[in-house]
Design a binder for this molecule. Structure first.
Ligand SMILES: [Zn+2]
Ligand SMILES: [Zn+2]
Length: 308
C-alpha cells in the first residue's frame, strides 16, 4: 500500500489536471492488491506442495496417497486391475485415527505407510470383499457389521488370478474377457501372486445402523445399507456432510449379482441415498462426487432394476 501512496504523490506532482487521477490511482491500487493476492496464492500452493512432499517420504509405489482435504487422505492402488482397485480413507481425529477399508493386502501397509499406524487407528470395514479387507489383519482394532463377520472369520475368498477369483466369488463373466492377473506389476521381484490370500480375522467391534464413532472433534454415524452384500455399511460425518459409501454407491456399474447380493435390499438402500443430504461422497471405487451425482446414480440404479 505504501507504493500506492508514493505513486499518488508522484501523480499529484506531474499532472495538474485532476480528472483522470482518481480512477488511475484506484486502478493501480487494485493492480497491486491483485498482485499481492496472487503472490500469497502461489506461496500457499508452494507450502501445500511442501507438505505433500513430507507424506511422500512414507510412500512406496504400490500405494498412492492424495489429500482429500479436512484431514482426510485417500489411499489407492494404481497397479491393481480396475475391477479390484479400491479406495480406502485415512481420517485423522483429535483423539484417534480411523481407516475406512484397507485395500487388497498385496503389500504390507505397516511397511509401506508406517505413519498410518502411529496413532493406533481403528480399521472399519465397509464389507467383506478382498479389495477392501486384504490389509485389515494388520490392524489390532477392527470394526464391521455382524453380517460380514462370519466371512471375515472363515477367510474372504481371494485370488490374484482372474479366472480363479471369478470362480471363488461366483462372478459370471457373461462372455466378457477375464483378466489373467489382477495386478499389472509385481510389487517386488520375488513376489509370488499364487501365494496371495486374505488371512481370516476376527472383528473386535460390531457395528450396526445408527452407531456413532467419536474420533475427537470428528463423529461418524454408521448407516447399514445392504444390497451389494448383507452387511454393507457406509459412514456419515454429519458436521461436514461427508459420506463414505464403500461399494454401496460409486460412479460406475454397481454390482448386485453376487451370490450374497440382494436387489430388493439394494433398491431400499438406494431410495434412502437418493434423499440423503450430503456435500461429498468418498466411495470405495473411483472419484468422489457431490449430492447431485449421488442422487443421479441412485435414481439410475432404481430405473435399471425397476420392473417398469
Ligand atoms: Zn464389494
Ligand atoms: Zn470393491
Amino acid at each position: 500500500m505504501a507504493v500506492v501512496v508514493v505513486m499518488a504523490f508522484v501523480w499529484e506532482a506531474i499532472a495538474p489536471d485532476g480528472d483522470l487521477r482518481a480512477p488511475l490511482i484506484i486502478g493501480a491500487a487494485y493492480g497491486l492488491l491483485g498482485f499481492g493476492m496472487w503472490r500469497r496464492h502461489l506461496c500457499r500452493q508452494g507450502s501445500k506442495r511442501h507438505r505433500r512432499t513430507g507424506t511422500l517420504a512414507d510412500m512406496v509405489d504400490w500405494y498412492t496417497q492424495a489429500d482429500a482435504g479436512g484431514d482426510i487422505i485417500r489411499i489407492s492402488e494404481p497397479h491393481v486391475n480396475e475391477l479390484l482397485s479400491a479406495n480406502f480413507w485415512w481420517l485423522r481425529g483429535n483423539d484417534r485415527d480411523m481407516v475406512i477399508d484397507a485395500g487388497l493386502g498385496v503389500v504390507a501397509l505397516r511397511e509401506a505407510i508406517p505413519g498410518l499406524f502411529e496413532r493406533d487407528p481403528m480399521v472399519l470395514l465397509t464389507h467383506a470383499h478382498l479389495d477392501h479387507v486384504g490389509g485389515a489383519a494388520e490392524f489390532a482394532d477392527r470394526a464391521a457389521h455382524p453380517a460380514e463377520a462370519e466371512l471375515l472369520a472363515t477367510g474372504v475368498p481371494a485370488s490374484l488370478y482372474g479366472a480363479e477369483l471369478y470362480d471363488k466369488l461366483g462372478i459370471d463373466a457373461a462372455g466378457e474377457p477375464v483378466p489373467e492377473l489382477m495386478i499389472d506389476v509385481l510389487p517386488s521381484p520375488g513376489y509370488d501372486p499364487a501365494a496371495y490370500r486374505v488371512e481370516p480375522m476376527t472383528v473386535s467391534r460390531m457395528l450396526d445402523d445408527g452407531d456413532r464413532i467419536d474420533l475427537g472433534g470428528r463423529e461418524l454415524t454408521v448407516l447399514h445399507l445392504p444390497g451389494h452384500t448383507p452387511g454393507s455399511i457406509a459412514l456419515l460425518e454429519e458436521r461436514t456432510g461427508t459420506l463414505y459409501s464403500g461399494d454401496i454407491i460409486y460412479d460406475g456399474y454397481l454390482i448386485d449379482n453376487l451370490p450374497n447380493s440382494d436387489v430388493a435390499a439394494y433398491r431400499r438402500s438406494m431410495e434412502f441415498l437418493a434423499d440423503l443430504d450430503v456435500s461429498v461422497v468418498h466411495p470405495g471405487h473411483g472419484h468422489s462426487f457431490d449430492r447431485t451425482r449421488l442422487r443421479q446414480l441412485a435414481e439410475a440404479y432404481l430405473r435399471r432394476t425397476g420392473s417398469g
